[in-house]
Each structure stands twice: as C-alpha cells, then as structure tokens.
Design a protein around this ligand. Sequence first.
Ligand code: ADP
Ligand code: MG
Length: 555
Amino acid sequence: MNGSITAISGSTVRTDLPGLKLYERVLVGHRRLTGEVVRLEAGRAVIHIYEDPHGLAVGEPVAGLDRQLTVDLGPGMLGRMYDGLQRPLQILEKLDGPFLRSGTVVTALDLEASWEASVAVNEGDRVGQHDCIAGVEEGQIVHRVRVPAGVEGRVGRLAASPLKLGEPFCLLDDGRALYLHHAWPVRVPRPFKRKLPPSRPVVTGQRVIDFLFPVARGGAVVIPGGFGAGKTILLQTIAKFADVDVVIYAGCGERGNEMSELIEDFRKMTDRAGARPLVERTVLVVNTSNMPVAAREASIYTAVTMGEYFRDLGLDVLLLADSLSRWAEALREISSSLEEMPGEEGYPTYLASRLAAFVERAGEVETLCGDRGSLTMILSASPPGEDFTEPVTQALLRTTGGLLMLDSSLAHARHFPAINWSLSYSVYDRELLPHFSEAAGEAWGRLRAFCRDILRREETLREIVEIVGMEGLQDADRLLMMTAEEIRDRFLGQNVFSDDAYSSPAHTLAAIDRIFARHQAVSDRLGGEQSLAEIIEELDKSGQAGNGRKRKEEP
Ligand code: ADP
Ligand code: MG
C-alpha cells in the first residue's frame, strides 16, 4: 500500500498511509528517515521522526515496516558505541564523518563477522523453544544462542564453525532458519521465569555508597543533582569499578565529548583484575545534545533491552543512565507536539507510569533457562534549579529503592562524591548486611551504626555550635565533632583522581574501624585530669589507636 506525508510540524509527520499499527516503525520520505507511529486517528497516522527532518516535504512517500522499533541482539555489541536507534556510531563516523547524515543504513551488528561457536545439537535432534543450541565466546562472556519462543522442530542442516553472523547456522526440517542473533522490540520487556529478592550488592568501590547506601544487584537507585554536582563523574566512576559482567552506559542528552572521552579512557583502562580493557565489558548508547531530540526517547529503551539480553545470558548487568531528566524532556516535547493535555510542569500525564514501567525492568531474575541474571539501574536526574520536588525526580523516587542525593554545597566545598549523607537512603541496606559482614568483616553493621550515629548527632550539635561556639561544648561533644569531621573528610570523601578512587569493602571497613578505634581511645580517657587536647596530643605522639589524622590513607 502506498501513502505519503500529508502534514509536517517539526519532527512530527502525518500520513494517509492505511494499515499502520501503534509503535510500528516506518521509513519517511525519500531519505527513508526512521520514525515511529505514535498515534492513530481516523484515516491518518501521526509519526515521530527520530532523525533530522530538515528538507522533508509534503507528498514524500511513507512506508511501514510492519514491526516495532527493535534492537538486534547477539555477539559483537560489546565495546561499541550506539545511538538511540542502535546505529553503530564509530562505523557511521567512518562513512559519514562526525555529523550523522540522516537515513544512512548500517546494521547494528557486523553481519559479515564470523564467530567461533560450539554447537550443542546434531543433525536430526529435536529442539524446542529456549533450548540452548550454540555458544559463542566473546571475550569473557558466552552468548548462549537459544531457540526462539514458539519454535520447535528437528535440526535439518548445521553450518560448521566459524559461523557468519549474517547467515543462518541451523535449518530446521520445516525450513525455518536460526541465527546467532535476533531482534527484539525495545518497548517490550524480555520475559523471565521469576524475580528474585535482592540479596547481593553491586560493589561500587565508593565508600559512601557501599557502606551507607548500598546498591543491590537487580535494584534501582536514582542520583539527582544540579549542574556540576558530579553526576557524570560518579556514574563513570561506578562504570569503571562496579563488580559486574557488563555495563550499559546510556548518555542521554549530555555533552558529546564526554562520551567519546569515556570510551577512549575505557580502551586504556583495565578491569579490577587487570585482565581486560574495560571497553570489552561496556556498551555505550549515546544521544548527545546535538542529536535529534526524539531519538533520546528511544535511547533508554534501546539500552535497557540490551541490558536484559545480557541478563538473560545469566550475567550481572549494570545500566547507567545520564540523565533521565533529558529523556523526560524528550517525552514532553513529543507529547506537546501531539497536542496532548499536559500534566505537571508540562510533562505528559503518563510520565510517572512510563518511568515506573522502565524502572520495573530492573531486577535479579531466574531466566527462562533457569540461570540467575541481574539488571541493576543507577539513574541520574538533573532537576532544573535543583528543585527536587519536580515531577521527574519525584516519579523516580517512588519507583526506585535508593536515593543518592548530590548536594551542590558539598560539591562547591570540593567534597566528592557530593552525596548528602543525611538525605540519601537505600532500602537495600538490611538485605545486603549479611553479605558485607561476610565479605569484609563482622563489624560492618556495628560500625555503620556508629558512623550514622556520629553524623546524626553532629547535625544537632552544629546548631548548638552556631550559638555557643566550639568552646562552649563539652569535651565529649567536641570529640564527636572532630570524629564527624574525620568521617566526612577522610571516609565519605573520595577523590576519583587519586589512588583512593576505589575502596574495596575490606579497605572501607578498615578505614572506619581506625576512626572508631581512635574515637573510643580518646573517649575512654575523657573525664580524667587531662583535657581533650592533651589526650589527643598524647595519642598522636604514641601513634596509638590508628591515628587517622596524620597517617596517609593506605591504598
Ligand atoms: P554533572 O554531571 O553533575 O554536571 P560532573 O560530573 O561533570 O557534574 O562534575 C563536575 C566537576 O566536579 C568535575 O569536572 C570535577 O572537577 C568535579 N568532580 C565531580 N566528582 C568528582 C569526584 N568524585 N572527585 C573529584 N572531582 C569530582
Ligand atoms: Mg553531567
């Protein structure tokens, strides 16, 4: 059937092409720009174009593809940088130069590439849905190739390894062809057997996170922060150090050079074991500020679908998105171009439910094949004017299990990561405590309570100090203030540009234990003849009780 463009307004196009379905992917105009059907009306469809629509004219053709926006999943994604439509940017750059031309068609995976594969079936075998019939090694991970849902039959013909990605490696007797890769619609969550309760952490190497506000595998946390509060640096640091198998980093509307620097860095840096370049476990999905706004809306779905694919291989995946506010702005733009009734602050009324549906795709699961895999989300938000009551931050708070609130006043004071310790929280801390106690030491829970207590009491004391001054405090309270300062500066603060960028749980525990031991040692002597200053001087001289003040932190 033929159809053409009947009206254009920005990136929104109307067409008279009949038979289109909601969210169907379409090619628009002579340049065959990618678009998606976002609304159906009597006799016409509204399409949102994900590419630069400049020069598009009424009357140009529109073609439906009879499928939704999909991503291609299989070996060859790791180390690549994609845009929101899963077009490989490094390859497009070679073809087109740094400014993407619209409509260029490049496949997401290199279909010409050949992969060594171990095929687990023989000709004549019966296979059914979800059976694992081949394994392809890519670096440290194995892509287990499975029979798609609803497919069964007898293996007719098998190709010999190495297998070409673009060609079927297995033909069933009914003529159906099986490939090493497959497409999946980005807006449809991939199925699993069941969700598992959180029980293991993602160790980030950031003391303030691991110790006070830990992130569970399969959990979701939000990092809201104003401009310059350190969102991007924090996410990138977590991408470097997190103990997961695969990292999907979605840069959404942030500066473009940040992303290319990141991938360059990751090429040079190796993982914690020093075994392989970080880039080999990372996939970047980039929609920088100079790319069409609407493509951002698709990009987080592209990223999460890739994440679910790796989860389904039985891996631990971390999805980092910077920032969801930019995504929500894209949603707002699409909504207003559709002339929908706006909700709070002009965002569509379905903002919260869209965000919730996205966050729900996180989780630790038993996969359809009985493996255990997890998809963890750490999502930044950039509330305008640092108004944390705005709709995007609020909607995220309702659906995530943790808040790492970045505080501009801490960032201005060069306290990084600028995570506010009194307003942040993690609902996972109780579930994860047994894990940390076992991995780092029994004292984890007790010292965490000590640390929180000191920080909480300092807050109250500070108000008193403002009135009476430090001199007006009793020695015990002055000691508390000093210990709190030490916790803040030497324990919670961590400079990414130093050797201290990563702190293992054992090292974290040792660091807080030193502060605790010193606090105890001083506290035990209070009430005698000596003043606080004298006790401290004496302890410093004898180097007793792990003097955290003078000694340099061990790596
Ligand atoms: P945002 O993404 O929130 O706008 P950035 O992540 O770009 O902020 O951080 C802004 C600046 O703050 C960085 O350029 C860096 O100088 C400093 N910074 C942020 N986090 C850290 C950190 N953990 N250690 C040291 N400096 C940091
Ligand atoms: Mg940033």
